[in-house]
Design a protein around this ligand. Structure first.
Ligand SMILES: N[C@@H](CCC(=O)N[C@@H](CS)C(=O)NCC(=O)O)C(=O)O
Length: 217
């Protein structure tokens, strides 16, 4: 039996679950998965029974519940500091924490009008208003990171970090909704889609789990 259990939503749609899953993959530990259906109907009873906040992802480790994607990354970083979940340099780490927190707490327009369905391609939406602001801000964050840290590796801060985990669902949204990106960010998206943790996640995604506008996912 694994030491860790991750409670997640449908892999095609659950963006926050993807982040928690990538953190466990990065830790390189065995874990069991419990799926709570969010689609087509949210299994409220199961979600509330299994998780303290009624949200996925929730990590169960012994008697401890960690019920937030960013907190899961931080918890695993505390347990396995040698895995370098954050950049080593204090200033680069502060930058990585800022963009991760910005993703964790923002981009509501993008989240509600471009729900994730990893395996689907949709018509490009009207890019205007708050949605345009969100897309522009994300491409600005990514471009700044890639221009600054390219020498250290192909991820946002060179080496793979919690920041990449936090932005991973955005990579899929940009692909699904055919958002044009500059060459440097197309390369970043490809690196992310080819990441072994992401590939493992996609293997378990069901294309029949459709996407509908829903900021909770
Ligand atoms: N801030 C939380 C957000 C978690 C979240 O909203 N998860 C969604 C699914 S991706 C959920 O559990 N939705 C069910 C609900 O809100 O009832 C995190 O980072 O883990």
């Amino acid at each position: 039996m694994s030491e860790f259990t991750l409670i997640i939503g449908n892999k095609n749609n659950s963006t926050w679950s993807l982040r928690g899953y990538l953190a466990l993959k990065h830790a390189g530990v065995d874990f069991e998965e419990i799926l709570v259906s969010l689609r087509p109907i949210l299994d409220r009873e199961k979600l509330d029974r299994l998780t303290p906040a009624g949200k996925v992802p929730t990590l169960l480790h012994g008697d401890h519940y960690i019920w937030d994607s960013l907190a899961i990354g931080e918890y695993l970083n505390d347990l396995y500091p040698e895995k370098l979940f954050w950049p080593d340099d204090i200033n680069i780490r502060a930058h990585a924490r800022c963009v991760s927190a910005e993703m964790h707490s923002g981009f509501a327009a993008l989240r509600s009008s471009m729900p994730m369905a990893c395996l689907s391609i949709f018509e490009k939406p009207q890019i205007e208003g708050e949605l345009k602001k969100d897309i522009d801000r994300i491409t600005q964050i990514w471009s700044e990171c890639r221009n600054k840290y390219a020498a250290q590796g192909p991820y946002l801060f060179g080496t793979y970090s919690i920041a990449d985990m936090m932005f991973s669902p955005i990579v899929f949204r940009f692909l699904s909704y055919q958002i044009e990106l500059p060459e440097i960010l197309k390369n970043y998206s490809k690196v992310m889609v080819d990441h072994p943790g992401v590939k493992a996640w996609l293997d378990g995604a069901d294309p029949n789990d459709a996407a509908e506008p829903d900021a909770r996912i």
